[in-house]
Design a protein around this ligand. Structure first.
Ligand code: LMR
Length: 392
């Protein structure tokens, strides 16, 4: 039977990780996979995470199962982190293996609730959104999002395309720090999207994987909160991988907002879907997150370190934009300082991206998405001159 299997397409982002590791050049620069790195190229275990792990090791008395939805304290802490308040009469929530697990469970929930639903995705979006949706055979429709000229959001194009959504369709949005472009909606634009969903009866689904990496924890969640307040039904896939730096612990949450009368059945369905896919969700990372969010000292230290990371990335953006302004004598790279989060899409051709890799040892995703956190003060000028050398 296994002889029938055909090779599956490799994930481009993960493939790049392997290529980078295999490259013997000592001065190579990794701007590929979306993992935060300090100036020394290290992905640190955050201080509060280390402290919580120590406390947990000392105090944990059992590793028996939690509930199918995960630890209720984690679900409540995550709802408050993302939504700013618990919205308890409308809120259902489950712990999931990372933000990807939350997306997968959300897509399955949508398929169960409305097999006819089309999923509207930004063009471009995180490639794994499309990969999972295609795998689940959920129809997708692209909406314009990124203006290749200005490297900002093409909001008129986006709204023109979304005018065709139907009641029962789902509009997938990135809560902040859009992956792969780095270009984000303003608050008035979020408001217009809320109006559109209200008018058409489409349900918003928001993937928020980088809360705290853009403009700060609350500002990054402002769009999600606006949508949550305005729309009767919303799905939110939240990740703790990046903002807690616990990538391999696989920690995330799927939050569903429904009419209060539908809360119980929604919560039950989320738990049912967990049982079908992996039964109990992983707990270690979720427990650390709960401890950090509930303890004022741990929380204060976590927020301080997250803020250092965020400001570091902003500083690198500004340095790179300035360096490119000086070298090119133009403002055409100003968008790098305007974008937020880990990523910016440079707008380079696949050939130029390939030359950056082969001639300069600089690795970025083929669509010219670069991970700002892969840079440091020394590599910024190297990247800037390589960008101009390959004619971007
Ligand atoms: C990325 O976009 O690089 C990250 O979200 C990692 C991943 O799983 O693709």
């Amino acid at each position: 039977m296994l002889g029938n299997l055909k090779p599956q397409p490799a994930d481009k982002i993960l493939q790049l990780m392997g290529q980078f590791r295999a490259d013997p050049r000592e001065d190579k620069i990794d701007l590929g996979v979306g993992v935060y790195k300090s100036a020394d190229g290290v992905t640190p275990v955050m201080r509060a995470v280390k402290a919580a792990e120590k406390q947990l090791w000392e105090t944990e008395t059992t590793k028996s199962y939690t509930g199918l939805a995960g630890d209720p304290a984690f679900n409540a802490a995550m709802a408050t982190l993302v939504l700013g308040e618990a919205l308890s009469d409308r809120l259902s929530s489950v712990a999931t293996p990372g933000g990807t697990g939350a997306c997968r469970q959300a897509f399955e929930l949508i398929r169960l609730a409305n097999p006819e639903a089309a999923l509207w995705v930004s063009d471009p979006t995180w490639p794994n959104h499309l990969s999972i949706l295609n795998y689940l055979k959920i129809p997708t429709k692209p909406y314009r999002y990124f203006d290749g000229e200005t490297r900002a959001v093409d909001f008129d194009g986006m709204m023109a395309d979304l005018a065709a959504v139907k009641a029962g369709d789902v509009v997938l949005l990135h809560g902040c720090c859009h992956n792969p472009t780095g270009a984000n909606l303003t608050l008035p634009e979020w408001r217009a999207v809320a109006d559109l969903c209200e008018k058409t009866g489409a349900m918003p689904m928001i993937d928020i994987a980088y809360q705290g990496f853009g403009d700060g924890l609350d500002d990054d969640a402002a769009g999600v909160r606006l949508i949550a307040e305005r729309l009767p039904e919303v799905l939110i896939a939240a990740s703790c991988s990046k903002n807690f730096g616990i990538y391999r612990e696989r920690t995330g949450a799927l939050i569903a907002l429904s009419e209060p009368a539908k809360r119980e059945v929604t919560q039950g369905t989320l738990a049912f879907l967990n049982r079908q896919n992996y039964s109990f969700p992983p707990d270690h990372g979720a427990r650390l997150v709960t401890m950090i969010l509930e303890d004022p000292a741990l929380r204060g230290d976590w927020q301080a370190e997250l803020e250092e990371m965020r400001l570091g990335m902003l500083g690198l953006r500004e340095q790179l934009a300035k360096e490119l302004r000086t070298l090119s004598g133009s403002d055409r790279f100003g968008f790098i300082a305007e974008h937020r989060g880990m990523f910016s899409r440079l707008g380079a051709s696949p050939e130029q991206v390939e030359r950056l890799k082969s001639e300069h040892g600089i690795y970025m995703v083929g669509d010219s998405r670069l991970n700002i956190a892969g840079l440091n003060a020394k590599s910024v000028p190297v990247l800037a001159s390589a960008i101009l050398d390959v004619g971007i």
